[in-house]
Design a protein around this ligand. Structure first.
Ligand SMILES: Cc1cc2nc3c(=O)[nH]c(=O)nc-3n(C[C@H](O)[C@H](O)[C@H](O)COP(=O)(O)OP(=O)(O)OC[C@H]3O[C@@H](n4cnc5c(N)ncnc54)[C@H](O)[C@@H]3O)c2cc1C
Length: 451
């Protein structure tokens, strides 16, 4: 790369940044990427990957319990937190190296350090000034922490994967997917977990039946859910934390996880100084082409505070690179983005909730099935599965598909293709099920719920 110049300067080597860097370089662009932390960003280091690995770890506790019913009368050995942390760290280091290799083999210049915009075409990093035709801000987000007495004793999800000591007593504050996943995982690993929710339900943006059912199932697994409450103060004592709730009640814990939302990483980037418009949550405001109000500056992924998911950041990067260095014909469609919550049991969902569908389509039919999965007839575990379809009555199109149960993410991914393709309920009905599976229930539900 000649001098300190490039066609595309990317700030942030996370999901969106690395994908954009690779694709732009493969199209012949000269690309530089700046990164302050470990390669791979939130997903690899503090999000999806370590979370899913820990969820697998937590499932072993259930597996030991269930084994008896299947003729394996084993006793669960003691769980080794240090061993899990070390194995996770090794795998994440391997992934960091894979991300590094993706950049280097594609000829992308990697700059280590905090990058800051100094003009619409210039970025400073490590004392060097780079000139770029296009700049991409892909800096992700960070957890919001509370402003209350003793807040410094709370931790965010970032810290949960490497806690020095396994929390015997964990208090989780929040109702979103990260709070629910952490509550489930640490409960599975053996912690006594209390989840505090300010409102009246978990997973507010999900279908009401899903949220209600998940709360029951998590409760059966031992997560103590307390609704309509919040923390007033946190105090460190010799034997742990003393947490005072708004009504004066107290709780003792080893760790308090605060997981009530995330905020875009735009501080210290120089964006406002050069005139880039930010939104009320400090997110970079962009149009449908990921362009900010300054034509040379683009942003995507979590820093735009739209759909905060890795596959969305990846897809946005592909569309942007096509616009900057390709045909410019790609578009991102934000409808029917499937998603999973890796609670125990897990949640999988695609399309609209029943409430959203009623607002959007008017008359809808819903189909609901709640059952004990075959596996648990012998395991002795009292876990149930929920499946729900939401159908636009006028067109017969299935516009929402929701599940709480084992492997929900794996099952819903396939159905997401059908929903995007516009599958009707009649087409679901004409599809032969795979027996015996839980998934077959999605093509065998015949009677709508009577309102
Ligand atoms: C606990 C948790 C669990 C999650 N689970 C899932 C999941 O199961 N599935 C899913 O799809 N999504 C999940 N997510 C969300 C997912 O991780 C994000 O949507 C995704 O990582 C966003 O990618 P990004 O490229 O926008 O930002 P990031 O991946 O966060 O990358 C941004 C990068 O920019 C760097 N950076 C920031 N500022 C600067 C600067 N000034 N100079 C240089 N570098 C900078 C940061 O260090 C970071 O590496 C989870 C998130 C969390 C927190």
């Amino acid at each position: 790369m000649a001098g300190k110049e490039c066609d595309l300067f990317i700030i942030g080597a996370g999901s969106g940044g690395v994908r954009a860097a690779r694709l732009a370089a493969q199209r012949g662009a000269r690309v530089a990427v700046a990164e302050t932390g470990a390669l791979g960003g939130t997903c690899v280091n503090r999000g999806c990957i370590p979370k899913k690995l820990y969820s697998y770890a937590a499932h072993y506790a259930e597996a030991f319990e269930e084994a008896h019913g299947f003729g394996w009368p084993v006793q669960a050995p003691a769980f080794d937190w240090e061993l899990l942390k070390a194995n996770r760290a090794r795998e994440i280091e391997r992934l960091n190296a894979v991300y590094g290799a993706v950049l280097s083999t594609n000829g992308v210049t990697l700059l280590r350090g905090h990058a800051r915009l100094v003009s619409p075409h210039e970025v400073e990093v490590g004392g060097e000034r780079w000139h770029a035709r296009h700049i991409l801000v892909a800096t992700g987000g960070h957890p919001l922490m509370p402003d209350l007495p003793g807040a410094e004793h709370a931790v965010s999800s970032d810290a949960m994967f490497d806690l020095p000591r396994f929390p015997r007593r964990l208090v989780v504050v929040g109702a979103g997917y990260i709070a629910c996943e952490m509550a489930s995982i640490f409960r599975g690993l053996g912690a006594q977990v209390t989840q505090l929710v300010r409102g009246t339900q978990l997973l507010r943006s999900f279908d009401d039946d899903v949220a209600r059912f998940l709360a029951l199932e998590m409760g059966k697994k031992g997560v103590e859910l307390r609704l309509r409450t919040h923390v007033q103060a946190i105090e460190r004592r010799d034997d742990g934390l003393r947490i005072t709730l708004f009504d004066g009640q107290t709780l003792d814990a080893d760790t308090l996880l605060h997981a009530t939302g995330r905020c875009a990483n735009t501080r210290g980037l120089g964006l406002q100084e050069i005139g880039v418009h930010l939104g009320p949550r400090a997110e970079v405001l962009v149009d449908e082409h990921y362009q900010s109000n300054l034509p040379s500056i683009h942003a995507l992924g979590d820093v735009t505070d739209r759909v905060q998911l890795t596959p969305v950041a990846l897809a946005e990067a592909m569309v942007l690179v096509d616009r900057l260095f390709g045909s410019g014909t790609s578009r991102m469609d934000y409808d029917f983005i499937p998603t999973a919550v890796f609670t125990h049991p897990s949640v999988g969902t695609v399309g609209w909730t029943e409430a959203e569908a009623r607002t959007r389509f008017g008359t809808v039919r819903t189909y609901l099935s709640e059952f004990r999965p075959l596996k648990h007839t012998l395991s002795g575990v009292d876990e149930r599965t929920l499946m729900k379809l939401v159908v636009d009555d006028a067109s017969d199109r299935v516009v929402g598909l929701h599940m709480v149960g084992a492997d929900a993410g794996e099952i819903v991914q396939g159905f997401a293709v059908a929903l995007r393709a516009g599958a009707t309920k009649a087409q679901f009905d004409s599809t032969v099920g795979i027996h015996p599976t839980s998934a077959e229930e999605f093509v065998t539900m015949r009677e709508p719920v009577v309102a």
